[in-house]
Every structure is written in C-alpha cells, then in structure tokens.
Ligand binder design. Structure first.
Ligand code: CDP
Ligand code: MG
Length: 892
C-alpha cells in the first residue's frame, strides 16, 4: 500500500487567564496623535482589580472577588424564537456548552480571546449569545468582522435564519453592498468596512461589542483593526461607554495577540472551546508527486469513491482553474444526471455586432494634436468635508491568495482515454471558491441528491471560514497559492507553495466533524515535517503603502510605532512612506541634511488633502492618484476603465501555452493570429498607440461593451469573459465611488464609451505617469550597450538588472525611450507589463518629487513671460537616484 498511517489527536489543552484592563488616562485626541505608545492601564474599580501576581481564577469557576453587579453587564434578556430543528442543531454545537463561561468572561473583561475548532459554532453562535444577553438592545449594535466577503454574507443569512429574524435586523455590509437598516442589531461586515467606519467615528460609538472573527487568518485589515481596537477599548471605558472586544480564532497560535504587551498590556483571558472532534486518520503518500497534484487528486478521489464507504469528500486545491478542471474530470468519470440548466442562447448577430465594434474603434481617427497639453497636478477631485459614502471598504477585492484571475485554465489535462465514465455511484461534484456566486456556494450546505456522494472541490476557503456538513474524507494537495512580493521593488508573482503545518491540520480536521474520518495527504510525512509551522501573517509579506495611507487618514502619523500584532519590517514601512510622499499623499518632510534610516522611519509625515481623497478610493494608492487627477479634460471614464482593467489584470487568454495536442495546436495558432490582429486594432493609430498596453485595454473593453459583452465575443478575441465582467462591475463601483466622493464630478455610468481623442490620450498618458512615477524605465540605447544582455533592455531605478518590454506588449517593437509600466513580473526575464510610453519633458513638470533640479545659480538667467505676467527660469533636472538627465523645466 502506498500510505503511511498516523493517528492524529485533535484536542489540545485549554489555557485560561483572567485579567482586566479597562481604563486609560489619555484622551482620544492624544491617542490619535500617538496611538503608538501603549496606554497604561489603571484600575478604576478597586473591588474588581486582580493583582497581576495573583493566580487568575480558572474560567468557568466563579471568581472570589467577583462583584455583585457588573457595570458593563446589560440587564436585559432578549428572547429569541428559534424553530425546534434549529434549536436541536444548535444544542449539538460544542460552543453551546460554554455559553455561560464565555458570557462571564466577556462581562468581566474588556478583551476576550476565543479559540475553537472550525465548526464549533463561534461565528454563528457568539453573536446570538450576545444578542440574548442584551448587547444589541436600544441603539447598540453587535459588530462582527470577517476577512472574506463570502463569510460576511453567508453567516449573516445563517444567523438570521437561526434566530428567525429578518435580514434588516441581522445584516451584512460588504464593500458596496449590504442590507443594514436602522433596525440592525447584528452586523456582519468585512474588516475593511469597519476600518472605514473608524475613520468616521474613532470610538465606534454605535457598537457595544466588536467581534473580530477568523483572527488566525491574519489578514492585514484584521491585524490593523486589532491594533486600533486595543486603543479604542480603554478610551471607551474611560468615557463610561464600555466596548467589548472579542477576538475569535480557529487555530491555537494566539500569542501574537495575547503575549504582545505593546498591544494588550494586560493579557486578555483565552477561552478554548473544545470541539467534539472525531478522530481523523491521516494518510501520507509514500512519495510526493512532483507537479501533477491535480491528477493525483483525481486518482485518489476515484479510489475513495470506488472503494470506501459513504461519506462526503472535500478536496483542497489552490485556485479556481484547478477546481474547475478537476470538477470536469470527476463529472465525466462519475456522471450525475440532473435536469440540465438551459444553455445560454448562442449569440445571434455576433458577426454584425463585431463589425460595429470594429468600426467604432477603426473610426477612432484622432483629432489633431494640440501642442503638448499638460494635466494640472493641483486639479484633483476633492473630498467634501465630513461627507461621503457611509460604508466604504478599503481593499478592492478579496485576493484570498487564490489568484483566480491569474490562472491559466489548462482544460482537461491528462489523457482522457482512461477516464471513460465509471459505473459507480454518481458523484455530486461541487466547486467552492471565493469568487463563486453566493447561490452556487450555498449548494454545499445542502445534502446531496439521494443516491449520490458529495464531493466538494475547494480552495482554502473551506479551510476555516465555511464548515461543510457530512465530510468524511479530505484530500489535501498540501499546496496553497500565495502572492509573493519583492520587498524592495514590489515585483510580485503568484506562486503555488507548500502550505503550513497548521493549515494542513485544519484541512485534515474538516474530515472529523460528524464521525471519524480520513485525510489523504498527497505528500510524504517527510515533506510535511519541512512545512513551516504557521503561515506568515500577510502583513509581513506584502507592500503596505495602502495600509499606511489608511492609517494616515486616521491621523495615525507615527505608523512605525503602531501596535501591530506582528509589525511589518521598518524597510517596508519606509518604502511605503516614501512612495506616498512621492505621490503627494503625505507632506514631504523638510530636507534637513541627510537623515538616517531610523530618523526617517520615525518621521511622522501627515496626510495631505490629496492623500485624503486618495485614501477614500477603494484602490491601491498609485491607482487612487490616477483617479484623483482623472476628472480633467473629461478623462475620468477612461481613467476608471484603465484602473479597473489594471486591477483585474489578466484580460487576455494565455495563447502562448503549449498545446495539449495537435488539434489544439491548430486552434491556438489560428486564434492567436486573429487575436493579435484585434489587439493591433485596439492599440489604435497614431498618437493613441503611445498609450500602449493601456490603450489596448481600453480598446478591448470598449469593443467588448459594444458587442454587448458576450462570452462568444470574448472567446473569439482571446479575452477572458470573467475578467471583462469583473471590469464592468469595477467600473460601475468606481464610478459610484467618484460620484459620492467628489461633489464637483457627476458622472453618468454608461458601459459603452467613445474612444478618447488624441489630446485625451496624451492627458491619459500623463495621468498614468503621475501615478506610476516610481515605475519609469529608460531605454538603453544601442550606443550605450556594454553587454549583449542589455540589447533592447530598459533600466529602472529599482533594479540593477535589465528589464524588458513583454513580447505581448503593443510597444514590444516600438521601444520608446521612456516608458511607465504597471508591474514587473519575473519569468524567463524581468518583464514589464502594462507599458505606456511617456515624454521625458513631462517628468520634471509632473513628477517633481522624483527629480533633482539644477542649482539656480548655474541655470540660465530668469526671464519675463508676457503670457503669464510672471518671471520664470529654466531649471535643468535629473531623475532621482539614477541621475538621468531630463529636459529643462520652466519654473516660476
Ligand atoms: O465559526 P465556527 O467555525 O466555529 O463555526 P460556525 O461557522 O459557527 O458553524 C457552526 C455550524 O453551523 C457548523 O456545523 C456549520 O456546518 C453550520 N452551518 C450551517 O449549517 N449552514 C451555514 N450556512 C453556516 C453554518
Ligand atoms: Mg467561523
């Protein structure tokens, strides 16, 4: 047999500590100014204080010095009318047995950490406990944050159902969507939504309790929220409006929250809910398959299904494309026939629509160019003071490490000959990943049709956020898709990597929810012992300019001293601060000689009005700057489209991949020719071409919308239909955001748009450049060549190595002298993607932060400019760090 067996105990010791911290001497303003220094806790109520040395009473046993009345304890009990079935199901949940312990701990402590196996009932039950105990009475709200949108939506629905309350009482709010009403008592939201609320009301006065759910996932927003709440809670106590903070976590690595004195000077009590976990037998593979873990999953599932007794199968893969590919193979092998959903009617007049789309873009003969138009850096969309959208969310999208938009769908890889359908029981195969439509996600919670076996093929959403009933077998490929960033350059790539031991154990645990189960790990125990113990918190793995901007918008200036549960490196913080200064989002510090790294890090640059506007857009700061400048010359609809397209990224199907067989090879080749021709058309003519890949994106979106955005049109032209749909959705969202943030802009969103005029193309190039100032590259001219490796190469200030225009770029053959790029992706070489050409004379005028200007004494003498009535002079300039000479710029 090819498996080793290990029995894995799933229980663990519980630990409990009890302590109190409920007062702060500092006023709110002081905390805002210096949220960094830990707030010294002082005891206000002698009767309740426990000396630090004394042994805390174990949770569950009444504490001896427990006061007769607790000021923070609500007096009311709110009855809930649950159906008998629901009540019966609830009583089976391990957390129900702990209700009293949990509620006592919450009543006696401002901060409580609650740990319990996935499925023990934390998310669905704790809000109900609180509600029944009166925490949601009067105008108070119980707030719960989730790192994933999926969880916020499904959990609010589940809790509403369990409590027999309508969705305007148990509600959810995700970025631009929600059903919160004045009646809302329990509010599920994404962590980004709560962060935005803190910006409006630092004390979160409407909330009586905040639950930070899934804290073990260590999403950046969750981490920041915990840091902020560690300061807000004592302030609220001081004001006589106590706020309770409950941190809920699945795995047991909670020391970052409990042992971090900077965060919580007094260790919060930890309550461990012992889940009724049935034993799970873990089977390791003897050998670890090299690459084809999807194939290995397929074989393993076939074996389980044919040979093992009934019980659902849950498979962990890394991304959406893999999930779909495996689902297809399994459905083919063990077909389940149901009423087929009617196929989408084929597009009737596709040919006609397409010609129109082509015509529209061919017609885009640009108007005559005016002499070098320039955008105005000071003319940005401004935020109205103290107004704006109620519930905005900071991040643009759940990445969830799934990188679903970046996958190549390799179709049914592997030979089909030996995959003739099998006569076994039908397999009811369901995909599950974060971007799956909610109604499709909900299917996994229902029992499978009788006479079938359930098989859920999932990404790591199923690891902790959602508990699928009836799973007896887990198949774990051991991998996870992660986004990796280069700390210095921000060069990013998605890589499938081994997961951590903690995650692998979580996955295994999914098999033992209802009866003893089995977990099949498609890797050896030797490989497992090399896994890192826990996954690194996200905040240590990515650039943080967006977070720093959000914090500055909260008037937290010394970000370096912020009580992060796990702080990002100082280098990362400095890089972020520098980028934000360069973008004009933070006030540039006075240049007083050379600053050391530490001095710089401690600089507390305040936010600028432009920075505030940027902080309110739900996109990364570079793109936010583009949006902020975008209203000029009627460019906003194009800027929105470009930003949406850059955020969604892989618009085009990958056609360079090796074909699976000869037949496909012919198809791919034919398609590629056609797609290249289309891209040429989208790239425009004359000056429009200079916008490069961004013009291609604009053209593709334009043509697609003209054709009515059909799957057929996308398929024929090498566009990914899903990406195009996502772009449309984002364009709508960004338009809404701009409309609500900028009183001087009122845009009507029409998905169809005319191509930009020639001068607009120039403005767009400038707008894009002003957001991507640190992503400028200069061509190495043939006469400068020292090394053959630099042929057709570009130099950037970021990297020593040469970078190249990606062969699929529309500027690949044109090799402009100066370009900006969206990002560098490392494959066989360092390739720039999303390339646009720029004019060097724009750099000193539009990116002053990146330029050194010549000594005024050496510059040509000043002159009087009649047109403006001002005295001006020309200043020589060079590009920072690298010293590239740039054209002279005229200054006042
Ligand atoms: O948060 P935690 O992982 O501790 O558990 P939970 O999400 O509160 O789930 C408790 C139970 O409710 C599990 O057994 C789930 O299967 C069940 N549940 C359900 O049946 N339908 C949902 N939509 C959500 C949860
Ligand atoms: Mg949960």
């Amino acid at each position: 047999d090819d498996e080793e067996q290990t029995d894995k105990g799933m229980s663990s010791d519980s630990s409990a500590e009890e302590d109190e911290s409920d007062a702060s001497e500092k006023e709110e303003e002081m905390v805002r100014d210096n949220v960094s220094s830990p707030v010294k806790p002082i005891d206000t109520d002698v009767s309740r204080s426990t000396p630090a040395e004394s042994k805390p009473a174990p949770i569950g046993e009444p504490s001896k010095d427990k006061p007769a009345t607790l000021p923070s304890q609500p007096a009311i009990f709110i009855p809930v009318d649950r159906s008998p079935e629901i009540q019966e199901a609830r009583l089976k949940l391990p957390i129900l047995a702990e209700e009293q312990v949990i509620m006592e701990a919450i009543q006696e402590n401002p901060v409580v950490v609650l740990c319990g196996e996935t499925g023990s009932g934390k998310t669905t039950q704790v809000p109900q406990f609180l509600y029944e105990a009166g925490y949601g009475s009067e105008n108070d709200i119980i707030g719960i944050t989730e790192p994933r949108r999926v969880a916020a939506v499904t959990m609010s629905q589940r809790v509403a159902l369990e409590m027999n309350l309508p969705q305007n009482v148990v509600s959810y709010q995700i970025r631009y969507e929600g059903n919160v009403s004045p009646e809302t008592k329990i509010k599920f939201m994404t962590d980004g939504v709560l962060l935005k609320e803190i910006q409006k009301d630092f004390l979160l006065k409407r909330y009586r309790v905040i639950i930070i759910d899934e804290a073990h996932e260590r999403s950046v927003y969750t981490d920041i929220l915990i840091g902020l709440l560690s300061r807000i809670v004592p302030l609220r106590t001081k004001k006589g409006l106590p706020l309770k903070l409950i941190i809920m976590s699945a795995t047991l690595r909670i020391e970052d929250f409990t042992e971090n004195k900077k965060l919580f000077p007094i260790t919060p009590p930890v309550i461990k809910v012992d889940a009724r976990q049935f034993p799970v037998t873990v089977h390791f593979n003897k050998r670890t398959p090299l690459d084809d873990y999807v194939g290995e999953c397929f074989r393993k599932i076939c074996k389980i299904h044919r040979m093992l007794p009934s019980g659902g199968i849950l498979v962990f893969l890394t991304g959406q494309a893999e999930v779909h590919s495996l689902c297809r193979r399994l459905r083919k092998m063990f077909p389940y026939r149901s009423k087929q959903e009617p196929k989408v009617a084929a597009e009737k007049d596709e040919a006609v629509q397409e010609t129109e789309a082509l015509k529209a873009f061919k017609k885009s003969k640009p108007k005559k160019n005016m002499n070098l138009p320039k955008i105005n850096l000071d003319n940005y969309s401004a935020l109205p003071v103290d107004e704006g959208d109620e519930d905005r969310e900071a991040g643009v999208d759940d990445e969830e490490g799934e990188g679903s938009d970046f996958d190549l769908d390799l179709g049914d890889a592997g030979s089909d000959e030996d995959e003739e359908s099998d006569s076994s029981l039908p397999l009811f195969v369901l995909p599950l990943y974060s971007l799956l439509a909610p109604e499709k996600q909900a299917k996994v919670f229902r029992p499978p049709p009788s006479g079938t076996r359930l098989c859920v093929v999932a990404t790591n959403v199923a690891e902790t956020s959602l508990t699928i009933p009836g799973i007896k077998y887990v198949v774990d490929c051991g991998k996870v898709k992660k986004r990796f960033y280069d700390k210095v350059t921000g060069v990013s790539s998605f890589r499938v990597d081994w997961t951590s031991q903690a995650s692998a154990d979580q996955r295994a645990g999914r098999a033992g929810r209802t009866e003893p189960g089995h977990c099949y790990r498609l890797y050896s125990s030797a490989v497992f012992s090399d896994f890192e113990q826990f996954s690194q918190p996200e905040i240590t793995r990515r650039p943080v300019e967006d977070l720093v901007l959000q914090m500055k918008d909260l008037n937290i200036e010394k970000v370096v001293n912020f009580p992060f549960p796990t702080p990002p490196s100082t280098d990362t913080l400095i890089a972020a601060e520098e980028l934000l200064i360069a973008l004009g989002a933070l006030v540039e510090p006075l240049k007083t000689g050379r600053l050391t790294v530490m001095q710089k890090a401690k600089l507390s640059c305040p936010i600028t009005p432009l920075g505030r506007t940027m902080a309110s857009f739900p996109v990364a700061p570079r793109y936010a700057k583009m949006l902020a400048l975008g209203k000029q010359h009627d460019c906003l609809q194009y800027v929105i489209t470009i930003v949406a397209a850059m955020t969604v990224r892989e618009l085009f199907e990958e056609l360079d991949r090796p074909a699976l067989n000869d037949e496909e090879n012919v198809v791919l080749k034919g398609k590629k020719g056609r797609v290249l021709q289309m891209q040429k058309i989208w790239a425009g003519q004359g000056p429009a071409q200079k916008l490069g890949d961004l013009m291609v994106m604009l053209g593709a979106v334009g043509a697609c919308e003209y054709s009515g955005l059909t799957p057929t049109f996308c398929e024929r032209n090498g566009l990914r239909f899903k990406a195009m749909m996502e772009i449309r959705r984002l364009r709508g969202q960004l338009t809404t955001a701009v409309n609500s943030l900028c009183p001087d802009v009122s845009m009507f969103f029409n998905s169809k748009m005319q191509p930009p005029s020639e001068s607009q193309v120039n403005y767009l190039r400038q707008i894009v450049m002003s957001g991507l100032g640190d992503h400028i590259a200069r061509r190495i001219r043939p006469e400068e060549l020292l090394d053959d490796a630099w042929r057709n190469a570009y130099k950037t200030p970021l990297l020593e190595d040469p970078v190249f225009i990606h062969p699929n770029s529309s500027l690949f053959r044109q090799l402009p002298d100066f370009v900006v790029f969206q990002e560098i992706l490392e494959t066989t070489k360092m390739y720039m993607k999303g390339v646009s050409s720029i004019e060097p004379e724009w750099i000193p005028a539009l990116l002053p932060q990146y330029c050194h200007y010549g000594d005024p004494l050496e510059d040509p003498p000043p002159f009087y400019c009649e047109a403006t009535g001002r005295v001006k002079c020309h200043r020589q300039s060079t590009f920072y760090r690298v010293g590239w000479p740039l054209p002279a710029v005229e200054v006042d």
